[in-house]
Write a new protein. Structure first.
Length: 147
């Protein structure tokens, strides 16, 4: 079987993107079905694209969040890790990633910032996540009670 002129090097990143999208859909379906979304749940594994040397999108360098606001750094970090995180984990990561601050209680500062990001960042049972991960969900409790 001939390769028919396929550029395999260009195809790999595209396939990895699809791999992530399929994994996200599978995780969403597992949550909707009430199934655990863990690697040891049944015989399935969480989908994650295979890592390639030097191409780790979740690698936090000392300048990853340098010059960003706290809110922007939080959004960037959550987008990198692609799973809910506790406020303490977020605070530690963005500080290690170069976000400069003068807060005496850094975790409380991050917690307050998270709470103010309504519609963009949402509180979940296992931490904080991006609202875009949960399309069609209404996280505004007051609004859903009024309807």
């Amino acid at each position: 079987m001939a390769d028919a002129g396929i550029d395999w090097a260009a195809l790999v990143p595209e396939l990895e993107k699809e791999y992530v999208r399929i994994g996200d859909l599978l995780a969403f379906a597992r949550i909707k079905a009430g199934l655990a979304n863990t690697p040891d749940a049944g015989n399935t594994q969480q989908f994650r694209p295979p890592s390639t040397p030097g191409d780790n999108p979740t690698e936090i360098r000392p300048d990853t969040f340098f010059g960003l606001s706290i809110a922007d750094a939080i959004k960037k970090y959550l987008g990198m890790v692609r799973r809910p995180q506790r406020a303490s984990e977020i605070a530690r990561a963005i500080e290690q990633g170069g976000l400069l601050h003068s807060s005496t209680n850094w975790v409380n500062t991050v917690q307050a910032t998270l709470s103010r990001q309504k519609g963009v960042i949402v509180k979940l049972p296992n931490g904080w996540g991006l609202a875009e991960w949960y399309p069609g969900r209404n996280f505004d409790k007051r609004r859903s009670q009024e309807e």
